[in-house]
Design a protein around this ligand. Structure first.
Ligand SMILES: [Zn+2]
Length: 493
């Protein structure tokens, strides 16, 4: 088949593999006792001879970092070899204090797992090649003054534990790559091993992208893409790169093996380093650290520490609380939200479905409006349960309940107390409401005439009038019944 430029029109398939670096939530650094709580600390205040890379300083393995890495591997269905070791990766760069990074080469902690990713209605199984442990580098701060550029080094981040998760090249589109990252971040947050916050640099992603022809033969070399700082930029950068490679192949050009950086402002990838300049890291076993023999018993302890993971929780929420799949998915996106819902549902399980609606409806709206997370909303699970019970037992109507929710958040008082103090109890007494209903009809003859002319939606306006008169506390179902009865009665007069 011939294309418009006379070249063969080729069908391509995109092949993407991702390497994710996640900072681990340990208290101290990977090989020394320095605190990892340096985010708002003065530069170079969390340092010691080990993380400064001074000659003669000896590293010690952070046990918790090893545990977190193995927990991640277990969550990703990896095997955990019984023997593992650390290796030196040698290269020279100003952010690497020792001139080498202590990483893992041929014997990582975790191998050959997978992560199931929902892509539309399809579930895609993405292979996990390995999960290993290494250390972060110092941070370079680039400045300019008087036309001169210079760089500062902040060593606080040097030696912070960093976990690398390498996927198989199983991803077939930029969208799949983004969904894989979202699913992986969720796992890391559930297990509590990382904040996995991409904007803060706690979750960083590099991608390998290539194209192959429809007969499965690789036609383009693998290009590494760096510098993507959000889920959105990963998808945009990969989409750009896929098009760039396809265009080049269609024009009969070769794809070079190289590293390219995403430039957010210009929405392009640019060449940073070609194969000729590829590093030879000269890996060799780290002589200052012992190899590790990992016992099954310790892995079993870590399994015990593992929380229920998102997939299992979605299924249980459907089973246990009678929720729909989409609802269960929404509730379990963040572990803290799922925990909140369960704490509320444990107060009174009969209203679990209503509680789910309140969490994903009014609570989410309040969180969006105030720009906070659920644990910063000043409404305890017990108070939300109490509020829902007040609605379901007919003590207050839904409209009042929304006001009460905000009042609980602002005052911290219990819903029952707020309803009592502010006289917000729902009025269902027909005799009392009937007086207000007739007054509303007397005051709104036009709406009455509309109703009698067959404009049934005039009833909505009249309900609103009665509700306003009652300060929002009337039982809307009873008001509707009374209004219809009164209107029919007036029709026959
Ligand atoms: Zn240190």
């Amino acid at each position: 088949m011939r294309g418009e430029h006379g070249v063969q029109t080729l069908e391509f398939e995109t092949v993407i593999g991702l390497e994710v670096h996640a900072q681990l939530l340990t208290k101290s650094k990977m090989y020394c006792g320095c605190s990892t709580a340096y985010a708002s600390a003065a530069p170079n205040s969390h340092v010691c001879p080990v993380c400064l890379g001074l000659p003669g300083a000896l590293p010690v393995i952070n046990r918790e970092a090893v545990s977190f890495t193995i927990m991640t591997g277990l969550a990703l269905h990896c095997s955990t070899p019984s023997f593992s070791k650390f290796d030196r990766k040698n290269y020279i760069y100003p952010d690497l204090m020792k001139g080498y990074q202590i990483s893992q080469y041929d014997l990582p902690f975790c191998l050959d797992g997978y992560l199931d990713v929902e892509v539309g209605s399809e579930s895609r199984r993405i292979g996990i090649r390995r999960v290993h442990l290494e250390e972060d580098t110092a941070r370079l701060v680039h400045r300019e003054a008087g036309g001169e550029t210079y760089s500062l080094v902040d060593v606080n981040r040097s030696g912070a534990p960093l976990m690398e998760i390498v996927s198989d090249p199983d991803l077939r589109s930029p969208e799949e790559a983004r969904l894989y990252l979202v699913a992986l971040r969720q796992i890391l947050r559930y297990t509590g091993v990382s904040t996995a916050n991409m904007e803060e640099g706690a979750f960083r992603c590099d991608a390998n992208v290539s194209q192959r022809s429809s007969d499965g033969k690789i036609v383009g070399a693998k290009v590494e893409i760096k510098n993507m700082n959000s889920f959105r930029s990963v998808e945009r950068a990969l989409a750009y790169e896929v098009e760039r490679q396809r265009e080049a192949l269609r024009n009969g050009e070769q794809i070079e093996q190289e590293t390219r950086g995403w430039v957010e402002d210009r929405a392009v990838t640019v060449s940073q380093r070609t194969k000729e300049f590829a590093h030879d890291y000269r890996y060799f076993p780290e002589p200052d650290l012992p190899p590790l023999a990992l016992r099954d018993a310790e892995n079993d302890d870590l399994r015990q520490r593992m929380p229920e993971l998102p997939r299992a929780r979605i299924e249980r929420f459907q089973r246990q609380y009678g929720l729909g799949q989409a609802e269960a998915q929404l509730l379990t996106t963040e572990r803290v939200v799922a925990d909140y819902f369960e704490a509320a549902a444990s107060q009174d399980a009969q209203y679990a479905r209503q509680l789910s609606n309140w969490v994903t409806g009014e609570m989410f709206a309040l969180m969006r409006e105030r720009g906070v997370d659920i644990d910063q909303i000043n409404v305890t699970p017990r108070q939300l349960s109490q509020l829902v019970t007040l609605v379901e037992s007919g003590k207050i109507n839904t409209r009042t309940a929304k006001e009460v929710l905000i009042a609980v958040h602002e005052t911290g008082s219990d819903p029952e107390q707020i309803v009592g103090d502010r006289g917000l109890s729902q009025v269902s007494d027909a005799a009392q409401l009937d007086v207000v209903v007739h007054a509303a009809l007397d005051q709104n003859p036009a709406a009455v005439a509309d109703y009698h002319d067959g404009k049934k939606n005039a009833i909505g306006f009249l309900i609103g009038q009665v509700m306003r008169q009652m300060g929002g506390t009337a039982n809307p179902a009873i008001v509707r019944q009374l209004l219809i009865a009164a209107l029919e009665e007036r029709r026959t007069r």
